[in-house]
Ligand binder design. Structure first.
Ligand code: NDP
Length: 458
């Protein structure tokens, strides 16, 4: 019998922590988990899931408008924000209940409260101490905002999901995943949205064609995009706010939302007491087996600040459980992980951008298609879909697939398997398309984009 209360104790019951704990318990390990907020974590309670429900809600605006081209006569639709938020909350409550039940049914003991390491084998939760042979840090991350005067007036995505009413004018600061997703939500539901970001284009790190195409579509939907702009001060004026930019301009808003990145939750966890070191970026440092600097303490997901995506945290958590409790050593391959941005229209991508591919592989061939989706021939919507393949000229391997357009996340998920398997462009070409779909374009692209002039290539 082990001298510890648990074989594994997990701090943080988000998607990664829950997945790891359940998998470990399924192999007979005695597992405990603690959570200071609601079980389910960022993704289920205040991230991916509620956000996507609001995205669905916002997409109906397009459906009503597009229906006219198909002979529908629809009275001007009226949206009730409070109903949407209430329905979303019911679904989150349901999922929270499912997560709790899944843990209980797996035999994982749940502790309510913040977990803090007292030493390398002891965790304190709400005044109670337990010991564990192995510990998993799965504490996630939190939104961060720059320290400018008036920053206390802004909200983050956490609060944006629970507003009492839909603001008329919203300014969103940031150009990343969360900012563009909420720009689409608020715009779709009828707010006037201005998105302010400091870079030249939205979505730093994505393929440049994706970044340009998305901005075009967002502008066409009436979202104002202010590039190369920073907010230096925010003042409360009556019921609203005035934002002052570094260009000397002023913006008025009823709501200011910041989505300027997230930081790992490392404070107050007792990491130092246990000897767990952080890396230069302030995240928990881990090796390829998710081990921290203390070999029996592991970390997964956003607290390690690598690929901050739910399925990555889940895979990392399960890999630990397989390795430790099923004699099945596993590591997670972080290469070619597909990702999507649920903007309107959505973006999805897997593999290398053109810029990355040119740097790593030198000679690459680019295939690109921009077209009006068939649905919009009758709807009259001017929206265009963009698809792009990045191919290694020497090996013919497809290095990257990128898409902006309806169903992009659903389409790219399948292509991610092909990229993961090392499929070549020839194999893409040999694949017969499904007609008529947008997806078939990925297997029918024939013409290479002309080579950029030497000084234009990244
Ligand atoms: P991101 O890192 O994606 O984007 C942060 C944005 O804020 C960038 O545009 C960045 O600019 C900008 N920024 C950072 N600091 C400042 C500052 N001081 N002043 C002005 N602008 C600033 O962060 P998000 O908050 O959008 O999302 C966090 C993470 O959550 C994502 O990286 C992703 O991993 C995950 N996520 C995934 C989703 C999905 O899979 N669909 C959805 C939502 C989140 P610059 O680019 O110039 O640095």
């Amino acid at each position: 019998m082990s001298k510890y209360d648990f074989d594994l104790f997990t701090i943080g019951a988000g998607s990664g922590g829950v997945a790891s704990s359940r998998r470990a318990a399924s192999y007979g390990a005695r597992v405990g988990i603690c959570e200071e907020s609601r079980i389910g974590g960022t993704c289920v309670i205040r991230g991916c899931v509620p956000k996507k429900l609001l995205v669905y809600g916002a997409q109906f605006t397009d459906a009503f408008a597009d229906a006219a081209g198909y002979g529908w006569h629809v009275a001007p639709p009226v949206h009730d924000w409070a109903s949407l938020i209430a329905a979303k909350n019911r679904e989150i409550d349901r999922l929270n209940g499912i997560y709790i039940k899944l843990l209980e049914d797996s035999g994982v003991k749940i502790f309510e409260g913040r977990g803090r390491l007292i030493d390398a084998h002891t965790i304190e939760i709400a005044g109670k101490r337990v010991t564990a042979e192995r510990i998993l840090i799965a504490t996630g991350g939190h939104p961060t905002v720059p320290a400018i005067p008036g920053i206390e007036h802004v909200i983050s995505s956490n609060e944006a999901l629970d507003l009492l009413s839909l603001p008329r004018r919203v300014v969103i600061v940031g150009g990343g995943y969360i900012a563009v997703e909420f720009a689409g939500i608020f715009n779709g539901l009828g707010s006037h949205v201005t998105e302010v970001f400091r870079g030249d284009e939205l979505l730093t790190g994505f393929d440049d064609d994706v970044r340009v195409a998305l901005a075009q579509e967002m502008r066409d939907r009436g979202i104002e995009l202010l590039a190369r702009t920073e907010i230096v001060r925010i003042e409360k004026v009556g019921p609203g706010y005035t934002l002052f930019t570094d260009k000397g301009a002023e913006l008025s808003a009823d709501l200011v939302m910041y989505a300027t990145g997230r930081k790992p939750n490392t404070k107050g966890v007792g990491l130092e007491e246990a000897g767990v070191q952080l890396n230069k970026a302030g995240a928990v440092a881990v090796d390829e087996k998710q081990r921290t600097t203390v070999p029996h303490i592991y970390a997964i997901g956003d607290v390690t600040d690598r690929l901050n995506l739910t399925p990555v945290a889940i895979a990392e958590g399960r890999a630990i459980a397989e390795t430790l409790f099923n004699d099945n050593p596993m590591t997670v391959d972080h290469e070619n992980i597909a990702t999507a941005v649920f903007s309107q229209p959505p973006v999805a991508t897997v593999g290398l951008t053109e810029g990355q591919a040119r740097k790593i592989h030198g000679a690459v061939d680019i295939y690109r298609a921009r077209f009006r989706p068939m649905k919009h021939t009758l709807s009259g919507r001017s929206e265009r879909t963009m698809m792009k393949l990045v191919v290694d000229r020497e090996s013919d391997r497809v290095l990257g697939c990128h898409m902006v357009g309806t169903d992009a996340p659903e389409i790219i998920q399948g292509l991610a398997i092909a990229v993961k398997c090392g499929a070549t462009k020839r194999q893409f070409d040999q694949t017969i398309g499904i007609h008529p779909t947008a997806a078939e374009e990925f297997v029918t692209m024939r013409d290479k984009v002309p080579e950029p002039k030497a000084d234009a290539a990244e």
